[in-house]
Write a protein that binds this ligand. Sequence first.
Ligand code: FES
Length: 128
Amino acid sequence: MALYSEKVMDHFRNPRNVGVIEDANGIGEVGNAKCGDIMKMYLKIEDDVIQDVKFETFGCGSAIASSSMATELIKGKPVSEAMKLTNKAVAEALDGLPAYKMHCSVLAEEAIQSALEDYQKRTGKTFE
Ligand code: FES
């Protein structure tokens, strides 16, 4: 069996939503101290709905695929729904990741959470 699913390879080779949003109103950056990978998430939120999302990932293939899939999963969703995104959901949407690569999907969850926290700080709103 191949180590990585076709979806992982697809999102690694053709990552969706790569880049920067200049007027983002939610920005989050996280890193993993062990592997040194860094992920930055930009959200453009209007009326508490994620209109646009972009990312920059300096990291492994699984981290790039996870960021790409995570952005696809939250685009167009209300903030309250995006808050519930888990790394498990990201990994499942990618048709799985090898156990030792699960931490790469955790980075995607954390980057989105961090950007959503930033949005809450900027707006003074609180979402469950
Ligand atoms: Fe660190 Fe993938 S090896 S995020």
